[in-house]
Design a protein around this ligand. Sequence first.
Ligand code: SF4
Length: 231
Amino acid sequence: MGELAIAGLTPLTTIDFPDHLACVVFCQGCPLRCGYCHNPDLLDCRKAGQLPWQAVKDFLLRRQGLLDGVVFSGGEPTVQNGLYQAIDEVSALGFRVALHSAGTHPRQLATVLGKLDWVGLDVKALPEDSLKVTGVARSGVKNWQSLEMVQHSGVAFECRTTVHPALLTAHQLRTLAGRLRDQGVRRYALQWVRGTRMLDSSLGLAMLSEEWLETIQEIQSWFPQFEFRRG
Ligand code: SF4
């Protein structure tokens, strides 16, 4: 089992792990190619990490009693076999553990779910609409398998969808959110795409039109916990 390849570390966050002071470990590599991806440097799964795992552990030893938790984010953390052991080591140091994932590897996710305290799961689109968003065939099937697993695990979680109007229509988003609501998702976040530095620079600016505002307002009322995040 290889050591986790780490692209970077944010030493403090109050927004990435609800109700926790945490740090964020950015894992290298992601199999998806979302047109709106704002961090293309993290995508190459063969690229070496920028920070040794030992440096993260040394950092955590200095933060015991000061931080509540550690967030594994990316990229896509479940790409890496080293995630399982890294989570164990972080837990052994007394930190609670959150995972941000786009649900690309349901089998790998299954091995770590029982160790997690919180999951932020990207739900990119309905399975039939996912290819346009992620650029990868069958990514939607795995994404929704992952959602089902997270829902049945009993681990607290949030679903989040990032929107660029060139990749997802308001109608598609409404249908997607309705499916999530009907499936019992209670915490949902819509993330309006960041306007700068996208993997596909031809996408252009994401204008928040009247139609989108109405759609977001409608969706908001469907979930007990809802957040709209502007990039
Ligand atoms: S899931 Fe999409 S947005 Fe997230 S890192 Fe991978 S390509 Fe980028």
